[in-house]
Every structure is written in structure tokens, then in C-alpha cells.
Design a binder for this molecule. Structure first.
Ligand code: SF4
Length: 408
């Protein structure tokens, strides 16, 4: 038995303190990972949950599935490549090169939420910091986020409990935890204060905070939050999907609030898919856009058309899905159209999307069976080692092989 280090690939925290016991190349026990991380890591060992390579529902060798995938893409006039949020940066780059070669479209789930904010972070128009720079923070605000559910070790490893100002005895504590949400979620239950807002009420709350104390007599919560921010010498606001949805993907009012308060306030996005920030950053380096790129009119032409809209408008005649399970949460309206075009899916596991696919290419699990780089939610590049190598092809190998066949 050997003990090895593993960096958990299950969420955008990418905790690097996981230890696994390995016997005969397979994982037998895991230390330090949360339930979410352990589930993914142990899932790699569940043969019944791994997908083989398949063409039209019949098991086949990877070579044949890759061959068929390349033929479908080559015969398409408008192919779309979608997903990549569970893939490594290397696989994302290979996918971008494939989309370029095909003159197709490429997009990920960030076009439904975090794309704008990551774009602003890349362009340095948002005040932010790395997790390693948060020691002097004395107020952590989770806004529209419930990390105890979505990123279970976030508080313990990166914010409140990891902060030097935290003490189990509240009288010695010099750091505060605040939650703003429409629900009294698990994180809100342990926060003090917690501000409960009505659904869609974030913009009004922000605008009232901007007005300061004098005009806030009618809004006690906004007045309290204003006072809390002024009492803190350094604040980090973790922006969750709840806030982004409520603001229509646009956080300019929040940035204006930070500007008007003129305090030390930083923003870090609670990226909801593990390597979404990696996809945004990799695509931005190649094209200048973080998502929704259409290479049909030449390199770097940004079509600004989302994945769902492309499908509904029948602008796509084949789709390659990698590291995503859109069939799990897709509206019926989109599903109806998607079923009419050939779907190629690259995934380590059996999912609703692999079940609906014409071609399935079973891949290794990045961060467990194959290595690569990813970008953590705060923008730091992290290397994922591969403690359990396998003979399954990785995402990047599969995409490079398809690209070779498309070019041949
Ligand atoms: S918090 Fe995220 S990265 Fe850390 S162990 Fe849990 S799932 Fe894995």
C-alpha cells in the first residue's frame, strides 16, 4: 500500500491536502476530502459508473469511436463544442484548436452566469486577490452563495476558519462571517450577521447601501451592512450564483458600491464548475473572449450566441460535449432540438448526456487518473497530479486525436 497526495478535482477549491491509500494502483481510502470530493474520487473506482467507448449504443474500441466522431464533425457545416468546465487547461486548449480547425462554435456553462465577471477579472477591472493574500481580512461576506453545500471546505481551508483572526472563543475572534441571501441556508445559519433579501432584491439593497447612513433610516439591513463594511479594515465578498442571477449576470452596481464606499473590499467569484475559470482564461488568451466564440467567420469572431440559443435556432448540426452533462438540467425546449442532431460525448462516467449520444468516448478522470493544470476560483494556476494512472485516454489525448483526423 502507498500513500499519495491528490488534489481534489470536484470543485473550484481544488483542495491540495487530500491523501489516498493506493493498493494495486487503485484507491482504497481517502483522507481530508469532503463528501462531495470523496464521492467523485471513489466514483472513479466504480466500474458500473464508468462509460465505455460506444458507437450508436454498441461498445467499441476508442480508435473507432474517435474515427466516427471525426467523420461527424467533418461532415458538419455548423459544429458546436460545449462543456470543458471539468477538463484541464490543456484539454480546453486542444478543444479550442479543434473548434478553430472546424470553423465551429465553442461555449461553456459560464455563458449562463460567471462569464462577465471572469472577463472583468481577467481585464483587471475588478478589485480581487488570491486566497493566499487573505490573512489580514477581517470580514468575509458570502453573497448569494452557500459554500457549505457547493464548496464544502471553502470556509475551513480558504476563509473564515483558516483566517488567523478566527478563534473558537468568540471574545478573541477578530474576523466576521456575513451571509446575504434570499434563503436562510446552511452558511447563513452560522453567520453573524445574516441579511435575508427578497428574491431579486439585491440591486435595491446595493443602491441603498451606496446612499450611506443618512438616507437609510427606512432600511435597517442596508444601514447595518454599511456600518459593518466601515468597521472592517479589509473585506472579501465571495460572489455566488444567487447574486449573479438576481443581477442578470451584471455586477456593475456592486462595483459602483465598492467605488463609492472607497474601502478595502475585494471580490472573488464562487465559480460553480471546477475549471470554468480555466476555460474562460484559456479561450480569452486565444480569442480575446471568455465564452460563446464562433470561428465560422475566421479566428476570434465572437458570435455572442449562447449554447441554448444556438440549439433552439437550429444553428448547429452536430455537437461535441466534453466534461459537462447538459441533459441533466436542460429545458425541454432545448432537449427537443438537441435530440435531432448527432451528439458526441467525451466523459469518464455514464450520464444523462452519454445516454442520449450517438458517439461516446470514455475518458480518464482528470486529477485522479490523468494530470493537467486548472485555474482555481481566485485565478491561481494549480497542477493536478495523477496518483492512479490508467490506460484510458485523457480528455486532451482524445481531442488531439480527433484534431489529427480532422486535419488529415
Ligand atoms: S471542497 Fe471541493 S475541492 Fe475541496 S475536497 Fe471538497 S469537493 Fe474537493
Amino acid at each position: 500500500m502507498t500513500k499519495q497526495k491528490l488534489t481534489c478535482p470536484a470543485c473550484s477549491c481544488f483542495c491540495d491536502d487530500i491523501e489516498v491509500d493506493i493498493i494495486d494502483g487503485r484507491i482504497k481510502s481517502i483522507d481530508n476530502a469532503c463528501l462531495k470530493g470523496s464521492s467523485l474520487i471513489f466514483q472513479t473506482e466504480e466500474k458500473n459508473e464508468r462509460t465505455p467507448c460506444m458507437v450508436q449504443g454498441l461498445d467499441t474500441e476508442p480508435e473507432q469511436a474517435i474515427d466516427e466522431a471525426a467523420k461527424i464533425l467533418l461532415n458538419s457545416k455548423n459544429p458546436l463544442l460545449f462543456g470543458f468546465d471539468h477538463s484541464t487547461n490543456e484539454a480546453q486548449l486542444a478543444g479550442i484548436k479543434l473548434a478553430q480547425e472546424l470553423g465551429g462554435k465553442i461555449d461553456d456553462f459560464s455563458s449562463f452566469g460567471y462569464g462577465n465577471i471572469v472577463n472583468q477579472l481577467i481585464n483587471k477591472t475588478i478589485p480581487t486577490c488570491f486566497i493566499s493574500e487573505m490573512d489580514s481580512v477581517n470580514l468575509f461576506v458570502y453573497w448569494g452563495a452557500n459554500p457549505l453545500h457547493s464548496h464544502p471546505r471553502h470556509l475551513a481551508n480558504f476563509s473564515y476558519y483558516a483566517n488567523p483572526g478566527y478563534s473558537e472563543m468568540s471574545t478573541f475572534r477578530t474576523v466576521d462571517l456575513c451571509t446575504i441571501d434570499i434563503r436562510k441556508n446552511e452558511t447563513a445559519l452560522m453567520s453573524n450577521p445574516f441579511y435575508r433579501l427578497p428574491p431579486g432584491g439585491d440591486a435595491d439593497f446595493i443602491s441603498t447601501v451606496c446612499k450611506g447612513l443618512s438616507n437609510n433610516a427606512d432600511n435597517k439591513k442596508a444601514k447595518d451592512f454599511y456600518t459593518l463594511l466601515h468597521a472592517s479594515s479589509s473585506t472579501v465578498i465571495f460572489v455566488g450564483t444567487g447574486l449573479i442571477s438576481s443581477m442578470g449576470k451584471e455586477i456593475t452596481p456592486l462595483l459602483e458600491m465598492i467605488d463609492s464606499l472607497a474601502l478595502d473590499i475585494k471580490i472573488v467569484p464562487m465559480i460553480d464548475q471546477p475549471n470554468m475559470r480555466g476555460f474562460n482564461q484559456t479561450l480569452h488568451e486565444v480569442t480575446g473572449s471568455v465564452n460563446m466564440v464562433d470561428f465560422a467567420g475566421g479566428p476570434s469572431e465572437n458570435g455572442k450566441i449562447s449554447f441554448f440559443q444556438n440549439i433552439i435556432d437550429k444553428k448547429v448540426d452536430s455537437i461535441l460535449i466534453i466534461g459537462a452533462d447538459p441533459f441533466y438540467k436542460m429545458p425541454l425546449q432545448v432537449l427537443k432540438h438537441l435530440k435531432q442532431i448527432p451528439i458526441i460525448t467525451v466523459d469518464p462516467f455514464i450520464t444523462d448526456t452519454t445516454k442520449a449520444s450517438k458517439i461516446v468516448i470514455g475518458s480518464s478522470v482528470s486529477g485522479v487518473e490523468s494530470e493537467g493544470k486548472v485555474i482555481r476560483m481566485d485565478g491561481k494556476e494549480i497542477h493536478l497530479p495523477a496518483p492512479c494512472p490508467t490506460d484510458k485516454l485523457s480528455d486532451v489525448q482524445i481531442l488531439k486525436l480527433i484534431l489529427e483526423k480532422v486535419k488529415a
